[in-house]
Write a protein that binds this ligand. Structure first.
Ligand SMILES: Nc1nc2c(ncn2[C@@H]2O[C@H](COP(=O)(O)OP(=O)(O)OP(=O)(O)O)[C@@H](O)[C@H]2O)c(=O)[nH]1
Ligand SMILES: [Zn+2]
Length: 208
């Protein structure tokens, strides 16, 4: 474990090695999470194009920054940075999927056309990291029901969901609409939910 002062506050880094996928995953820990209940937690799936390159095709970087800003301002919080590039299909295949999307397919059909499931992610490593950190229960920042379901299947208690919705831009609106329409994500871009301004802190609609 090592200190990691960031623009978003003080975190500590704990790195993990997953012998199933051969990848290194990392936890960013803010405050005292060991033995704690209801720890505000974000599971972030790696997105090189968004997180590093500032791509507007998705909302990953905005979600990452909003999550860190929010977690860093709380008494405690946890971000698991999971090396699941392209929903688990890897970078090369994500670029292939983007090329298919340039030709008109949506994210789901592009994955299927490449012979993958729409989402290949497995959250076993995330559950393992939470157990290793002795986190008792989490409040999960997500719009993705599959994350909650899989974590619960792995024995993690998710005491609440904190919506994590970013305002769409012209490049990612269809991508976000596809998440809602085809992947069952809790995203309503048509007015019923209040969307934060671009880059604004997360709004918490549901607390335990
Ligand atoms: N295969 C594929 N992966 C993508 C695409 N766009 C973004 N991703 C990946 O999707 C992952 C982010 O997952 P999302 O489905 O956007 O969101 P989520 O993390 O499941 O849901 P939230 O917790 O609500 O944010 C990252 O690994 C991105 O690299 C795409 O067009 N195709
Ligand atoms: Zn992304």
């Amino acid at each position: 474990m090592a200190d990691l002062p960031t623009r978003f506050g003080r975190f500590r880094l704990v790195a993990f090695w997953n012998n199933r996928d051969g990848k290194e995953h990392v936890a960013m820990v803010h405050g005292d999470v060991m033995g704690a209940d209801d720890v505000p937690t974000r599971l972030h799936s790696e997105c090189l194009t968004g997180d590093v390159m500032g791509s507007l095709r998705c909302d990953c970087r905005e979600q990452l920054e909003a999550a860190l800003r929010d977690l860093g301002s709380r008494e405690r919080g946890l971000l698991l940075y999971l090396r699941q590039e392209g929903r688990g299909i890897g970078l090369i295949n994500k670029v292939r999927a983007y090329a298919l999307q340039d030709g008109g397919l949506d994210t789901v059909d592009a994955n299927l056309a490449l012979g993958f499931r729409d989402d290949e992610r497995d959250y076993a490593i995330a559950a393992h990291m939470l157990v290793s950190l002795d986190v008792r229960s989490i409040r999960l920042m997500t719009n993705n029901p599959d994350k909650i379901e899989q974590l619960e299947q792995h024995g993690i208690r998710v005491s609440a969901r904190i919506p994590h919705i970013m305002r769409p831009n012209e490049h990612n609106r269809f991508y976000l609409e596809t998440k809602a329409a085809r992947s069952g994500h809790y995203i309503d871009l048509n007015g019923k939910q209040h969307l934060p301004e671009q880059g604004e802190p997360v709004i918490v609609l549901e607390e335990p």
